[in-house]
Design a protein around this ligand. Structure first.
Ligand code: AMP
Length: 225
């Protein structure tokens, strides 16, 4: 990687269940980038009971999109943290054309730009089952699934031996359906937007996790070269 370059900005696009979070964590480890998930930031705001969290909570429970103002304020704060100096993986942002434009303005002010957008291509139907059965280790965040990926030893995290697991309130079939609808209506048009800017890569995200990770890392290596 060249020295003194602006921090890399990588965007992961894909519907709920496409594997953005899983792949972002793998890219973090592989390239020293920092995953910024607006969903995680909003869930933290809800848990902390901030004003933004209170406003976001009902919308999130219904599977709709939180207002651009709230999301942007939370994201901007996080992007100013020093650990993002090597680069960021935006997971779940931008989700609307307005957010994409606002992101450009924020990046412009610090001499950055969107370097790469990876669209994780999946079929809709299996996404509901993927989302509805998933849960994570409360200690380290490792992801599991009722049907597709249980820990090797029941009730014990493979990665950190934690025994506490959690499920997101919005990871149920009904809300997942609404989130998928929101994705197609408001977020999928960004694929065309970024394609037009020549920064779009597409990856078949129906493949197994390791194959998807290979394809994603190849794409990231290209932009870091
Ligand atoms: P996620 O963790 O990315 O699946 O996001 C969970 C929920 O947080 C979404 O269903 C939205 O309600 C909200 N959310 C996350 N990111 C955004 C965003 N960029 N814009 C609006 N709402 C968001």
């Amino acid at each position: 990687m060249a020295e003194n370059r602006a921090p890399l900005v990588l965007i992961l696009l894909g519907p709920p269940g496409a594997g953005k979070g899983t792949q972002a964590r793998m890219l973090e480890e592989a390239f020293g980038l920092v995953q910024l998930s607006t969903g995680d930031l909003l869930r933290a705001a809800v848990a902390a009971g901030t004003d933004a969290g209170k406003q976001a909570q009902t919308v999130m429970q219904a599977g709709g999109l939180v207002s651009d103002d709230i999301v942007l304020a939370i994201l901007k704060d996080r992007m100013a943290d020093p650990d993002t100096s090597r680069g960021v993986i935006l997971d779940g942002f931008p989700r609307t054309a307005g957010q994409a434009e606002a992101l450009d303005v924020v990046l412009d002010s610090t001499g950055q730009r969107v370097n790469s957008v990876i669209s994780m291509e999946v079929e809709d139907a299996p996404m509901i089952a993927r989302v509805a059965g998933r849960y994570t280790c409360a200690a380290c965040g490792e992801g599991y699934h009722d049907e597709f990926k249980q820990p090797a030893k029941a009730g014990v995290c493979d990665k950190c031996n934690g025994t506490d697991f959690k499920r997101r309130a919005d990871d149920n079939a009904e809300t997942a359906g609404a989130r998928l609808t929101a994705y197609h209506a408001q977020t999928a048009p960004l694929i065309t937007y970024y394609k037009g800017r020549g920064v779009l890569e597409t990856v078949d995200a129906m493949a197994d996790i390791a194959s998807v990770a290979d394809a994603m890392q190849t794409a990231v290596k290209r932009v870091m070269a």
